[in-house]
Design a protein around this ligand. Structure first.
Ligand code: FES
Length: 118
């Protein structure tokens, strides 16, 4: 039997709060969530801010770009450059033990909303 998860959209910040082609971080409860304004692609993404490699709160300060022939959007941790898919959270640096959480995100009238499963 399929389980449906409800999404609660929270107002995370305003579009002006996040630099173009860069990231910012918000706190939601005990979680830090990185928000990426991928201006070059006109896309927005959200992931956990914690890099699982050495437990650094760093991904919002990482470099964003595109990987591979399918131009997968990615973020590279600023510490040791492990890269993660912004779509799936999969580690693209050949490390099966590193996976990050991703969040649904939407922008409406200058406001950035993140979907939190409830
Ligand atoms: S802490 Fe992020 S790659 Fe090492």
């Amino acid at each position: 039997m399929e389980t449906l998860t409800e999404i609660n959209w929270i107002l995370a910040c305003y579009t002006d709060d996040v630099p173009e082609n860069g990231g910012a971080c918000i706190k939601h409860g005990d979680e830090q969530i990185a928000i990426y304004n991928f201006t070059r692609r006109q896309e927005w993404y959200a992931t956990q801010n914690l890099c699982p490699h050495k437990q650094q709160m760093a991904l919002s300060r990482g470099m964003i770009g595109s990987a591979g022939e399918h131009c997968e959007p990615k973020v590279a941790c600023p510490f040791h450059k492990k890269t993660f898919s912004l779509l799936t959270g999969e580690c693209l640096s050949d490390d099966d033990n590193c996976q990050i959480k991703t969040y649904p995100i939407k922008v409406d009238a200058g406001k950035v909303f993140i979907g939190i499963a409830c």
